[in-house]
Design a binder for this molecule. Structure first.
Ligand code: BG6
Length: 456
């Protein structure tokens, strides 16, 4: 039996843009995703856009009942900035306030520990049109939005996250074409990352100032970088990959400063972002209270094979390496490597003062409809096995001193997932997109037992 510490939290994470639906009539403003879908629907899997979700905006009462039926003791939704403040700054949408307040009240009434995230890849389009995260003003607009959330919902929510996986919009939007504005510009990417960190630190400051007893953090995808071999060039590449992809947000968020090694690399190629000493002081003085960690797959790295004078992209520093014979989720194409959870835990213990943390996302996406059903319920034993295998490693880490207080699966109900739309389904609950019918999968019933037994 793998028993977890008393009070260990069991739940799922989701996000506003992936579950609520657009419902423009109720005053929601346009987000970067709504805009992108309107100009380039062909980029989205089967041309399914952010208007086709599980419509949590209407179905939240039923969904909150389902949280209980699947044994949730914690839940992490996100507020959509473009729903609350349609233009990004200025007027607050009263219908959004009413909606989120009712959602949070009902979740609290079930005794489910609510943790609310403020940003899950979604920016109001009005701000994107003014340069988005390339523009420093966005960081201050985010601070004001965060402050509004603390004021409006602070009596119902005491645990917050500033950003989910802030490195993802940086890479996907400024080094690849998975997020709008789909540029490839390394200098802009570094500036965007810096402004995002500044915004996160400003929100931490506002949270502590308004409600000193509230806790706030950031959610980072801390994928370990494993070198292909013990050749010094592979080891160096893995080290640099880790600096860019994990430590660029981890160190300023937890320690208050950027790693010297990263600064040296950026300096060498004239990539240091525009900044001021006052901003660095804001980052230094406003570190997080705990950590949210997402883990899906490891990052395997080899030394770069192309040589150019100047870095145009991160492949100047490192390349991805596909491990032969790896265990893989054939649907999503992602390697399954449970030991990654243990390695993350030990890294946090050794290098980050064993700060307490929660595994805020981990999950198995299955391409297309999951078809094998018994008595109407999808028999997703593979998902149960996936969760168990990761929990075994988490359990081992906790026995070895890791300070982890909860496990959140991605996700509750099958959800819309950006360009991938419904390509991969992750839920404990099946969604029939046409009828909007929800059916608990075998994993959802199992998850309830897991939570009730505090282990398996
Ligand atoms: C996570 C994101 O990293 O990956 C989620 O936080 C996303 O928003 C999830 O849905 C799964 O991604 P995909 O592309 O497999 O659907």
């Amino acid at each position: 039996m793998y028993k977890f510490p008393e009070g260990f939290l069991w739940g799922t994470s989701t996000s506003g843009p992936q579950s609520e639906g657009i419902e423009a009539g109720d005053g929601k403003g346009m987000s970067n995703w709504d805009y992108w879908f309107s100009i380039a629907p062909e980029k989205f899997h089967n041309q399914v856009g952010p208007d086709r979700t599980s419509t949590f905006y209407h179905n939240y009462k039923e969904d909150i009942e389902l949280l209980e039926q699947t044994g949730h003791t914690t839940f992490r939704p996100s507020i959509q900035w473009s729903r609350l403040i349609p233009e990004g700054v200025g007027e607050v949408n009263p219908k959004a306030v009413e909606f989120y307040r009712d959602v949070f009240k009902r979740i609290n009434a079930k005794g489910i520990k609510l943790m609310v995230n403020l940003y899950h890849f979604d920016i109001p389009y009005a701000l994107q049109a003014k340069g988005g995260w390339e523009n420093k003003e966005t960081a201050y607009a985010f601070r004001d939005y965060a402050e509004k959330c603390f004021e409006l919902f602070g009596d119902l929510v005491d645990t917050w996250f500033t950003f989910n996986e802030p490195i993802v919009p940086v890479e996907a939007g400024y080094l690849a074409d998975f997020h709008y504005p789909a540029k490839v510009d390394l200098k802009a990417a570094v500036q965007v990352a810096y402004h995002t960190q500044l915004a996160s630190s400003l929100a931490v400051e506002a949270c502590h100032r308004l409600n000193p007893e509230h806790r706030i953090s950031v959610i980072l995808n801390l994928t370990p970088a494993y070198p292909r071999s013990d050749h010094p060039e592979d080891i160096k590449a893995a080290r640099i990959a880790e600096l860019f992809q994990a430590k660029s947000f981890l160190d300023p968020s937890v320690k208050g400063y950027y790693p010297e090694e990263l600064i040296d690399i950026l300096k060498a190629h004239d990539l240091i972002p525009a900044h001021t000493e006052e901003e660095l002081a804001i980052i230094r003085e406003n570190t997080v209270d705990f950590l949210g960690v997402n883990y899906y797959q490891p990052l395997r790295v080899q030394a770069p094979t192309k040589t150019t004078e100047q870095p145009m992209n991160l492949d100047f520093y490192f390349e991805h390496y596909v491990m032969p014979g790896r265990k893989i989720n054939p649907h999503r194409g992602w390697e399954i490597y449970e030991t990654g959870v243990y390695d993350i835990a030990m890294m946090i213990k050794q290098d980050y003062d064993n700060i307490d943390w929660i595994l805020t996302e981990n999950g198995m996406g299955v391409e297309g409809e999951e078809k094998f059903k018994v008595d109407g319920a999808i028999q997703d034993d593979y998902r149960i096995e996936f969760i168990q295998d990761h929990l075994k490693e988490l359990h081992r880490a906790i026995e070895d001193g890791a300070n982890c207080h909860g496990y959140m699966l991605w996700t509750f109900i099958d959800c819309w997932s950006w360009l991938n739309a419904y390509k991969n389904r992750y839920g404990l609950v099946e969604l029939d997109l046409e009828s909007q019918k929800r059916t608990i999968k075998k994993s959802g019933h199992w998850f309830k037992e897991l939570s009730q037994n505090n282990g398996f």
